[in-house]
Design a protein around this ligand. Structure first.
Ligand SMILES: N[C@@H](CCC(=O)N[C@@H](CS)C(=O)NCC(=O)O)C(=O)O
Length: 223
């Protein structure tokens, strides 16, 4: 039996979603973030040394890293579904977006999260203005322009086809959902980018997405 080690409000939500799309049975083992640090509990390190989510176990296999997990599950259980045929333009786009989601789209969104925590962290009152100035500079000189650059790029790409790899929904759309949901939560993604907003509306309406929310519990991305 596949076990998804699921941390609340995290990337493992998209693993549940993919499994619902594939109609494959699975168990969910839940882990709760520490309320102060937002880190995963130490018990997740007993499953995988990094102690990050998602981790999936399937028999003797222990697999981390969401892109690798989605590739494994779609390849092993998909019978050709949700992955474009090899050596096609759609497959090349599929591979690109599978890597782009965590390799390029997430880093500036993660920086935004980290710097926003610095801004609100408890500190002596005389340090606060300095901290705010440093955070503001990081936002304006790098983080916000990078997020805008990526959002514009993704908006342009989604103007070419309904889904990221082409006209068919694939596991790459599942992988891309997390940076876009994170951008909607903390990166300024709104209706001014209609292609991306419509993508989010489309995925949120999918029955498998909704079923995965029922299995995973409340899902509210960190801001
Ligand atoms: N690139 C990894 C990132 C894994 C990751 O950082 N997961 C976050 C949840 S969204 C986590 O476990 N955070 C808690 C922690 O670092 O303790 C992936 O896509 O699986």
């Amino acid at each position: 039996m596949i076990v998804v080690h699921h941390l609340n409000n995290s990337r493992s939500q998209r693993v549940l979603w993919l499994l619902e799309e594939l109609g494959v049975p699975y168990e969910v083992k839940r882990y709760e973030r520490d309320a102060a640090t937002m880190l995963a509990p130490a018990s997740l390190r007993a499953v995988h040394p990094l102690g990050k989510s998602p981790v999936v176990t399937d028999g003797d296999l222990i697999l981390a890293e969401s892109g690798a997990i989605l590739e494994y599950l779609a390849g092993r259980y998909g019978n050709g579904r949700l992955v474009p045929p090899p050596d096609t333009p759609a497959r090349r786009r599929y591979v690109y977006w599978m890597h782009y989601a965590e390799g390029s789209a997430m880093p500036p969104l993660l920086l935004k999260l980290v710097f926003s925590r610095v801004e609100t962290a408890p500190m002596p009152f005389f340090v606060k203005p300095v901290a705010r100035a440093i955070v503001g500079r990081a936002y304006s000189s790098f983080i916000d322009p990078q997020i805008e650059l990526h959002l514009d790029f993704m908006e342009g790409e989604l103007a070419k086809s309904t889904w990221f790899a082409g006209d068919d929904f694939t596991a790459a759309d599942v992988q891309m959902s997390f940076p876009l949901e994170a951008a909607a939560s903390r990166g300024g993604l709104d209706a001014s980018r209609p292609g991306l907003a419509a993508f989010l509306d489309r995925i949120h309406a999918r029955p498998a997405y909704r079923k995965a929310l029922e299995r995973g519990g409340p899902y509210e991305l960190l801001r």
